[in-house]
Design a protein around this ligand. Structure first.
Ligand code: PMP
Length: 412
């Protein structure tokens, strides 16, 4: 018996666990609908062409072969470009930079997970919310991250099991009745994970009004900008609405470049704090406290992915190339939604499947039960989360009929 014999058992992360099982499955028709990763129609992970092109150029210029530390707060040019992408109402927009807005304090993070973690730790230290409100369901890691800071997540209703739609009335009802001033609230800026259901603009207006009136501190998690509609400006509408709200609201945004730039393993991300007191002293203290937190956690962020992102975003022509690839990825996902729906309907699969085409972004909350998901995995080698969440990016023209037929036989 040693000190660690009595360590608590922990549940494995389902997404990474499934990925492990998928990797050792040798069945020729195995299908990975588990991980939130974009795959091409050939079923391969897809480094963006513009990313490859920039990487090559940066290597040739020896601009990416320097491995020095970046500043604790992050690379300024990357942060300016990241902030523009988040807050600008046009894109590409080299002339209309908002980088000097004193309300925004930005730091570079270890991708979106790191940004969420910085948000949770920073708010736990300095805002001390009684709890954080998260959607039911939400990305499982939200619970883990916030619990690690000692702040209890509480859930607001989000998903209507009966018809696979957004349960907006119940969401507002619970927040009206049960939230208290000073609570934090986590909102997915677009392409909600796992349900693929976002509020309409009108509903966002009501959510922002509620946050403002009830003095809730919004944390907007922005992990899929551009994946919902193919247009990063449209997908950041909710963030801009909160940012421009009157009266002004203090809030923060966690930004990831994993999906939108296909830079999953490179960990490029940013955390943006929006403050009302823009005095030099308050801005300096906000940045200083964030830097101290970062220093104690990961010291400095990685530089490879962020160098690629800034090079693309700083160039209008490269930005346009990126935009074209973003549209290609999001439209392939949309066409796979349609193909799955058509095939399920053609096969007369019991149940309604309209939600598959109505949901947006990478995921579909299919409505399949945990038992059905298990049969799909064991008998058909199709991997999706036990909640029924399927990553539609794992479908392609060669496997969609197989998947639909499997779902159909599991349902019948
Ligand atoms: N937030 C949400 C809602 C996500 O789905 C993800 C990716 N699964 C992230 C944040 C962060 O991802 P990453 O750390 O790779 O940027």
């Amino acid at each position: 018996v040693g000190i660690f014999s009595s360590l608590p058992e922990v549940e494995k992360d389902e997404v990474f666990d499934l990925l492990g099982q998928f990797r050792v499955d040798v069945h020729p028709q195995r299908v990975n609908l588990g991980a939130g990763v974009y795959f091409s129609d050939e079923g391969k992970s897809w480094p963006l062409e513009v990313v490859g092109k920039v990487e090559k150029a940066l290597h040739e210029q020896q601009a990416i072969t320097r491995h020095d530390y970046i500043p604790i707060e992050g690379d300024d040019q990357f942060l300016n470009a990241a902030r523009d992408l988040l807050l600008s109402s046009t894109f590409p927009n080299p002339s209309g930079r908002q980088t000097s807005d004193p309300r925004v304090v930005s730091v570079q993070t270890v991708s979106g997970t790191g940004a969420n973690h910085v948000a949770a730790r920073f708010l736990a230290n300095h805002v001390r919310p009684r709890c954080v409100w998260v959607s039911d369901p939400t990305w499982a890691n939200h619970h883990v991250i916030w619990e690690s800071t000692g702040i209890t997540p509480r859930t607001y209703p989000y998903y209507n099991n009966e018809d696979c739609t957004l349960n907006f009335t119940a969401m507002i009802d619970v927040l009206e009745k049960e939230s208290q001033p000073g609570d934090a609230i986590l909102l997915h800026a677009c392409a909600h994970n796992p349900t693929g259901l976002d509020p309409t603009q009108e509903q966002w207006v009501a959510i922002a009004e509620l946050c403002s009136r009830k003095q809730l501190f919004p944390v907007l998690d922005n992990a899929y900008q551009g994946f919902a509609s193919g247009d990063p400006v449209q997908d950041s509408w909710a963030i801009r609405h909160f940012y421009n709200h009157q009266p002004p609201m203090e809030m923060c945004v966690a930004q990831s470049f994993s999906k939108s730039f296909g830079l999953y393993g490179q960990r490029a991300g940013a955390f943006h704090l929006i403050i009302n007191d823009t005095s030099e002293s308050t801005r300096g203290k906000a940045l200083g406290n964030l830097a101290q937190l970062i220093r104690s956690e990961y010291s400095v962020a990685p530089r490879y992915g962020s160098t690629i992102v800034k090079t693309i975003l700083e160039s209008e022509s490269l930005s346009r190339e990126w935009l074209a690839e973003l549209q290609l990825m999001s439209s392939r996902i949309r066409s796979m939604r349609q193909a799955l729906y058509d095939e399920l309907t053609r096969l007369g699969t019991p149940g309604s499947w309209k939600h598959i085409t109505e949901q947006i972004g990478m995921f579909s909350y299919t409505g399949l039960s945990a038992a059905e998901v298990e049969v799909l995995r064991k008998e058909y080698h199709i991997y999706l989360l036990s909640s029924g969440r399927a990553s539609i990016a794992g479908l392609n023209s060669k496997n969609v009929e197989y998947v639909a037929a499997a779902i159909s036989s599991v349902r019948n």
